[in-house]
Design a protein around this ligand. Structure first.
Ligand code: MRU
Length: 338
């Protein structure tokens, strides 16, 4: 199995996903700042991978404190938590991971650094297990012969395990004949670069779809189901996910195509309200160049929101490791966690 991010021999090892599909490179580091930079530059991306990497980053940062100096440790972890949030503020899995590590410090007086590392490794293990359960549950929604559309990359390259939406697709493809449409996912092409790479490796038949072709394809009746991931799910069922998700969901409703969101419960934010969260906007450079090649005038300005928000009424079901929930999400999500 492809392992996107892991801890081995005192180092964090992760795949630099910005180089794919042309180069496969694993970065090894003991330096928490390297992980923060990797998250900022989207070498590590995808909400569950960001959560796991954040936990491991804090475990590395803890080594900067003197053994068992609780006050110093707390300060270092809080500083690094702030830096992580600054690097990429949307994925709720990051906040979830930070909270769990901070709780280890609050609740312990001895061996805290080791306990932080244990907790970070547990967060990674839990993601692998959550992915597996999501895949099993989600695959029950897929029929033999289904043509499935997915957006962005939600596979092994976005998680610690087999993935969320793409994990479901991979799992279903083991026993069912399916076909996948992977959107390109401009501007940084996670669909064309990463999802296509994963589908190809698993020999799952697919076509890449320009983002702008989704409406036409759905209107022609060539998609049976849509599966996407999530960066943050609110208690109301509003879903923050890769820019373009909302457009696909509106089109799915227009053409009566089931639209499913898959995510572990570590993505669910019961604390904040959708209107209080600012969607990350990234640089104009991401839009006007592909690698070093400018595809627009060099001084062109660009609007580059990384995510959008899909309204709950556009979502048919949310698939988590604890079960599949349906509208009204306000109630079903709460029941799921209780
Ligand atoms: O900007 P990215 O590549 O981090 O965005 C990724 C997505 O939007 C994914 O759909 C989401 O994080 C879920 S990944 C399992």
């Amino acid at each position: 199995m492809l392992i996107n991010i892991r801890y081995e021999d005192g180092e964090v090892k992760f795949i630099d996903t910005t180089l794919l599909p042309n180069k496969f490179r694993i970065v090894s580091t003991k330096d928490p700042d390297v992980i923060i930079e990797a998250i900022r530059k989207m070498k590590i991306r995808g909400a569950p991978a960001i959560g796991a990497a954040s936990a491991l980053c804090l475990a590395l940062a803890a080594n900067k404190a003197q053994k068992n100096n609780k006050e110093e440790l707390k300060k270092i972890i809080d500083d690094y938590a702030r830096k992580l949030i600054e690097a990429r503020p949307t994925a709720y899995n990051m906040y979830y991971a930070i909270k769990r590590i901070q709780r280890v410090i609050e609740e312990n007086d001895n061996d805290i650094r080791q306990k932080i590392l244990d907790e970070a490794l547990k967060i990674c293990e839990e993601d692998i297990e959550a992915n597996r359960k999501i895949a099993e549950l989600g695959a029950s929604l897929i029929k033999d012969g289904d043509r499935i559309l997915t957006h962005c990359n939600t596979g092994a390259l976005a998680t610690v395990g087999i993935g969320t939406a793409l994990g479901i697709i991979s799992y279903a493809a083991k026993t069912k004949k399916i076909f996948v449409y992977a959107t390109e996912t401009r501007p940084v092409l996670q669909g064309a670069r990463l999802t296509a790479w994963e589908l190809r490796a698993q020999k799952i038949p697919y076509k890449i779809l320009p983002d702008s072709a989704v409406g036409y394809l759905l209107k022609r009746g060539e998609v049976d189901k849509i599966f996407v991931g999530a960066d943050r799910i609110f208690s109301t069922g509003h879903v923050i996910n890769k820019i373009g998700t909302f457009t696909i969901a509106v089109l799915a409703k227009r053409f009566n195509i089931p639209f499913y969101v898959a995510a572990p419960t570590s993505t669910i934010d019961f604390k904040n309200k959708v209107e209080d969260v600012k969607v990350e906007e990234r640089s104009r450079e991401e839009v006007i160049r592909i690698k070093r090649l400018y595809i627009a005038p060099k001084d062109a300005n660009a609007f580059n929101p990384a995510f959008d928000i899909t309204d709950p009424e556009l979502i048919d079901a949310i698939i988590t490791e604890k079960g599949i929930v349906y509208r009204p999400f306000e109630r079903s999500l709460k029941e799921l966690i209780l």
